[in-house]
Each structure stands twice: as C-alpha cells, then as structure tokens.
Write a new protein. Structure first.
Length: 118
C-alpha cells in the first residue's frame, strides 16, 4: 500500500524556519515526482515545490525542496516564515513529471499543520 506521511509542522514565530519531512512507505519516492502543497482555511491547495529525478523546482521564494534517497524522504525547508505561511502542508506523488497543480497528483499524505504566530 502506497503511503506518504508528513511530519515536522508546528508553531513557529515569524522569521523562523522549519523543515518538513515526507516519508514514503510501500514505494520508492525517487521514482516519482513529489510535490509539496499548502492549504490555508478557505483557500485552494497551492503548489510550493516539486522534486523529481530531473531536479527541484521551487514555485515560491523561501521554499527549498530536497531529498534523501537512503531515507526515502523528501524535505521542504521554509525560511523567514510569515503569518501568511500558516496552512496545512501536504506532500503528494505522481508520475515522472512535476506539476504545480493538485489535480495532477495521485497519492497524498494526511498533511502537517504549520502555524506562524508570535
């Protein structure tokens, strides 16, 4: 069974940083494009980064995606956090090619909450 599990969210002060993790089970993440998305209350799911064998794409500033093949894990580093970054962050998997659109992805994790507040 293919499964993605996100972790690393939490409460952080403005200006801080977080590294989110997306760990796969039942499949090898580096054989897929792995996208990171976020969704704030009342808003659509927004693509922020993607990584595949061809490299990494960061659709917004302050976001950096990377991976550790040995750990079957993809990371999202978020720097200089702002209150407007508050959202549930998801990772998702699809075929070989990156897309910034949620409807292109087949497999999703349950999400991890990031709250930026003083």
């Amino acid at each position: 069974q293919l499964q993605l599990v996100e972790s690393g969210g939490g409460l952080v002060q403005p200006g801080g940083s977080l590294r989110l993790s997306c760990t796969g089970s039942g499949f090898t993440l580096h054989n897929y494009a792995i996208g990171w998305f976020r969704q704030a209350p009342g808003q659509e799911r927004e693509g922020v980064s993607c990584i595949n064998d061809g490299g990494a794409i960061n659709y917004a500033g302050r976001f950096t995606v990377s991976r550790d093949k040995a750990k079957n894990t993809v990371y999202l580093q978020i720097n200089s956090l702002k209150p407007e970054d508050t959202a549930v962050y998801f990772c998702a998997a699809r075929g070989n090619y990156c897309s910034r659109y949620a409807y292109d992805y087949n497999y999703w994790g349950q999400g991890t909450q990031v709250t930026v507040s003083s």
